[in-house]
Design a binder for this molecule. Structure first.
Ligand code: SF4
Ligand code: SF4
Length: 376
């Protein structure tokens, strides 16, 4: 006699709802999200949502993402739009309230902050236009869907971080405003993600995750404050461990004195992160890196970006030259990339030197000697 298939375990979701700690399942359950879709997916070991895609709705600038349902008896489809977030992830209580109001009034009372940096509100096709109009009134734009320029993310920058070398949210805001059409009207061969990090710590992992990243760098030497170094030592700071931590053997100890060997130093952040007496140099700018795509397969598989220009100066917070370069690169890629070719695969196919030549930029020797190790 044929064995009966065992009854799917529908208690998994209930277990995720239990306990005092925060739980995504509890947030879903508190909204009008159809929790049965999640329960069924867990019980059967595969999501209850099927293939997704984007559709255009007249009056809306960006595409609306639609995901098919494998259980139309629970919900017909999932529809959501992406909202471009303020750079740095800063959202005031008022803006959060407006988002919550929109999610409640037009959606399922649920807001999703994506790993790519956008904000999604789940709703229906019919509710999209009035919801977007209300979002616009709240000062929020929609976009970042399909083969377009995805939202330009940044780290928190100098609004909170003590080692920020550039104002990353300000640069991301500048680029976001200048390239708004490109974020709202899909017209590229593939999606292109961009990020701005305030220093080589790259907390947002732009070099790995973004097709196009700008990372704050310095090109003189880190500055050692002798007085602070002494205080740090007296508070238990270990000078030998600090010297050993330098990846380039560029720190030299002579008694209580610390020197940095200029010809060895990579201008990284290791000693700066470890010791508050060492601060980044004063000559600051951005490195231009392209082709990161961890989490994406494509012909080359996951990739860390290529450092194309190790140092672009920023003077008086004027970002126009960086914007010109950003735009020129996107145009070049759009004109020469194959259909569905991510920036990293394109760069690997045509070569970074070809790209620099087309853009009229002289290649710097360090990008050839160790392109994936440290460009600074
Ligand atoms: S990337 Fe650098 S500047 Fe930005 S938050 Fe991280 S440490 Fe601070
Ligand atoms: S910046 Fe990096 S390479 Fe230079 S001295 Fe500090 S740890 Fe060493």
């Amino acid at each position: 006699m044929a064995k009966l298939a065992s009854e799917p375990d529908r208690s998994l979701c209930t277990r995720l709802l239990a306990g005092p700690s925060p739980s995504h399942a509890r947030e879903l359950a508190q909204s009008r999200y159809p929790l049965a879709m999640y329960t069924e997916g867990l019980a059967h070991g595969k999501p209850a949502y099927g293939h997704g895609g984007y559709i255009s709705i007249p009056e809306l600038p960006a595409g609306v993402a639609i995901r098919k349902s494998c259980r139309p008896d629970i919900i017909e489809e999932s529809a959501y739009i992406r909202i471009l977030p303020p750079a740095g992830g800063w959202l005031g209580a008022d803006t959060l309230e407006r988002l919550a109001d929109c999610a409640d009034k037009y959606g399922k009372g649920l807001v999703h902050f994506t790993t790519g940096g956008t904000i999604e509100i789940y709703t229906t096709r019919e509710q999209m236009v009035p919801m977007v109009k209300e979002l616009n009134r709240a000062g929020l734009d929609v976009g970042s869907t399909g083969d377009d320029l995805r939202c330009i993310t940044s780290c928190c920058g100098p609004a909170r971080c003590d080692v920020a070398l550039i104002d990353a949210p300000a640069l991301a805001t500048y680029l976001g405003r200048r390239f708004m059409d490109e974020q709202q009207f899909p017209g590229y061969p593939q999606k292109v993600k961009s990020g701005v990090a305030g220093c080589p710590n790259d907390c947002i992992r732009a070099m790995m995750e973004k097709d196009h990243s700008l990372v704050g760098v310095y090109r003189d030497l880190p500055v050692v404050n002798e007085k602070r170094l002494m205080a740090w030592r007296e508070a238990g700071g270990d000078l030998d461990a600090l010297v050993q931590a330098c990846p380039a053997q560029a720190l030299h100890r002579d008694g209580e004195t610390l020197t940095i060997l200029a010809d060895r130093c990579w201008r990284c952040m290791v000693c700066i992160n470890r010791c508050p007496a060492i601060r980044p140099g004063k000559e600051r700018g951005v490195a231009w890196i392209a082709g990161g795509k961890y989490g994406h397969r494509g012909p080359q598989g996951p990739m860390v970006g290529y450092v194309l220009i190790p140092f672009l100066p920023i003077t008086n917070e004027d970002y126009s030259a960086i914007g010109d370069l950003f735009g020129a690169f996107l145009e070049l890629w759009a004109d020469h990339a194959r259909k569905k070719e991510r920036v990293g695969d394109f760069l690997a196919r045509v070569g970074p030197l070809w790209v620099l030549k087309q853009l009229g930029i002289e290649a710097q020797p360090q990008i050839l000697l160790s392109p994936k190790r440290n460009g600074y």
